[in-house]
Design a protein. Sequence first.
Length: 134
Amino acid sequence: MPFYELNKDRDKREEQFRHDNPEFDYAKNRNLDIVRAFEAFEAAELARRNALYGGRAGAVYCNVRIKRRAFPVLYEILCSLSAQENLSYARWAESGDIGFSTPEHIDKEIKQAITRMLEKHNIEYRKAKKYGKN
């Protein structure tokens, strides 16, 4: 699955949006309806996401907790998936991955654990991306 950092350059896109749509620029329109301006920009962001992903975008949120820092380093990873239009998550997964590693290899081990979780739940993620929230 492709990955795009959707917040990268958001400020620049928002500035360009206000430049292209002066009715949504407070500096040029003192009677601006802030809610309407926010909704218009979010609609533009949604259209951008859909174009980048060829349809509905999804988001994976992973919460990594280090349980113990001394050897062996113990960690817990809980991941959640969102296919809501605003990409917010509803709740964290009820189960996750618990593991251990050496301090020198903990970064690599956590990346591998997240990859294993994504591979294990690939079908669920693809369904959510295609159909949205259950």
